[in-house]
Design a protein around this ligand. Structure first.
Ligand code: HEC
Length: 453
């Protein structure tokens, strides 16, 4: 099957379904008929229908045979090209061990491809797996994993998102009621309103600012959202500190409604916060997702006023790199590139103090609609000594070969709208003491990280 897969992938990318069918080994399709009921439905139920169902942000439901049959060709194409489920990690380089790896196995892809090739047969309904358990629309997703509803819910203020609108930003400042005592966050969820808010909220952030007397530097970035990333649960023993007193929630919501037919009136986003029990201080304090800019501003706490390095010629490319020196030992738990429609690749490498270089994570098929974060599994989380340099590299493709390119004849510069560019990566950072670093390192020596990869 390995050989066939290579052929299928290369070929479908270029010429579409018909040519791929010719390449498939005929005997494998003939050996046993692949049916929807027995072979395909389990794959769709497991990997697709959490999104492809009524009331979700995906374009169509894939719950029934009729649904799937109507889209069979598109399903075959998207699956064979590894465009669905959305997961854009370069499979040839860097760490491959992600807790939220949703990609299909080669066998699953082959099953779907063979089904499409065979004319999408229904099979016997008695072979169908039990209907999938779907997430309840509007429910907190993290609640299931944490085991209880959020301890605190905060709300943005209402904003009416116009039908077929351009990019819009909604940045209300909302009072943060004092907690009365210092608390440690263990999880958050950024939840657009169900069902209509989900279709227009593209990404967003909620940060907390406190008066300087509470010992906070720039505030706390409590919650981050992007299509494909809704919540975050910190590992056991890791938390984010929230001061006791009064503060302000600074909302930054990016709405996008170009393809939405009706106004979405008075949209409100909720953020749910889960705390560690009162009085419990986790061993490690995380910064959460920290923004690393690769656009001429390497410092993440400067205002977003200029980003002169982005200058992409018409019908051309630009490669940009940025570096950031880690002043403390660091554990990285996830990364999430943020570039726009010309953005094609983005990677994060470590240059260790001894000069060794290692690719940590790379996305080679970036798609602006998706704001996916890739969460390393526990043993694969990069553990970096003090003095390590993080090197970020981005490739922008402003040619007509880039299918998402709105106009290859434009010069492209920095800007917040989708047709302009941005260039940063959100990286989940936990700074460690020397002792904590040594402890994790010693623990890993018994299970070498190389094996986890
Ligand atoms: C995380 C949510 C999510 C998952 C999981 C997911 N999809 Fe999608 N899918 C989307 C969204 C959103 C779009 C539209 C945007 C895009 O094309 O990226 C889409 C687009 C598609 C399209 C193109 C539809 C068209 O009109 O051409 C197909 C086909 C598809 N998905 C099939 C699948 C299959 C098959 C699976 C499982 C193997 C799957 N998807 C898993 C969200 C998802």
């Amino acid at each position: 099957m390995k050989r066939a897969r290579g052929g299928v992938r290369a070929c479908w990318g270029l010429a579409g379904l018909t040519a791929a069918m010719v390449l498939l080994p005929a005997q494998s399709a003939a050996a046993q008929e692949v049916t929807f009921a027995r072979d395909v439905a389990p794959i769709l139920y497991e990997n697709c229908v959490t999104c492809h169902r009524e009331g979700s942000f995906a374009p169509m439901s894939l719950l029934t045979y009729e649904d799937a049959r109507r889209y069979a060709r598109a399903i075959g194409y998207r699956v064979a090209n590894r465009q669905m489920p959305p997961y854009h990690v370069d499979r040839t380089v860097g760490i491959q061990s992600f807790a939220n790896d949703v990609s299909l196995s080669d066998d699953e892809i082959q099953t779907i491809v063979r089904w499409v090739e065979a004319g999408a047969p229904r099979g016997d309904d008695r072979d169908l797996p039990p209907p999938p358990v779907l997430p309840v629309g509007g429910a907190w997703q993290a609640e299931v994993l944490v085991g209880r509803p959020p301890d605190l819910v905060i709300h943005s203020t209402p904003y009416t998102v116009p039908a077929r609108g351009q990019d819009q930003w909604w940045n209300p400042l909302v009072k943060w009621e004092p907690l009365g005592e210092e608390r440690w966050m263990m999880a958050y969820e950024f939840k657009p309103a169900y069902p209509n808010g989900l279709k227009v909220a593209h990404h967003g952030h909620a940060s907390l600012s406190f008066p300087s007397d509470q010992g906070m530097r720039g505030g706390v970035g409590i919650a981050h959202y992007g299509v494909g990333k809704g919540y975050e649960i910190f590992p056991d023993g890791v938390g984010m500190k929230v001061p006791a007193g009064e503060g302000v929630v600074d909302w930054n919501i990016h709405y996008s409604s170009l393809h939405v037919e009706d106004d979405v009136p008075n949209d409100v986003v909720d953020v749910g916060i889960w705390f560690y029990p009162r009085g419990e201080t986790p061993e490690m304090a995380t910064e959460g997702e920290v923004l690393f800019r690769v656009d001429g501003h390497n410092s993440y706490d400067r205002p977003m006023n200029r980003a002169n390095d982005i200058l992409i010629p018409p019908n051309g490319y630009q490669v940009l790199q940025g570096v950031h020196v880690l002043e403390q030992p660091t554990l990285i738990s996830s990364f999430r590139p943020h570039i726009h429609t010309r953005g094609k690749e983005m990677s994060m490498e470590a240059i260790y103090p001894d000069g060794r270089r290692e690719m940590l994570g790379k996305v080679d098929d970036y798609k602006h609609i998706w704001q996916l974060g890739y969460e390393f599994t526990e043993d694969a989380k990069p553990l970096l000594p003090k003095g390590t340099v993080l090197l970020f590299s981005t490739v922008f493709d402003n040619t007509a070969d880039n299918p998402l390119n709105p106009d290859p004849n434009q010069w492209v510069v920095f800007g917040r709208r989708g047709p302009d560019e941005m260039n940063h990566m959100w990286v989940n950072i936990t700074y460690l003491s020397d002792e904590q670093y040594e402890e994790i390192r010693a623990g890993r020596e018994s299970t070498p990280i190389a094996q986890a990869r």
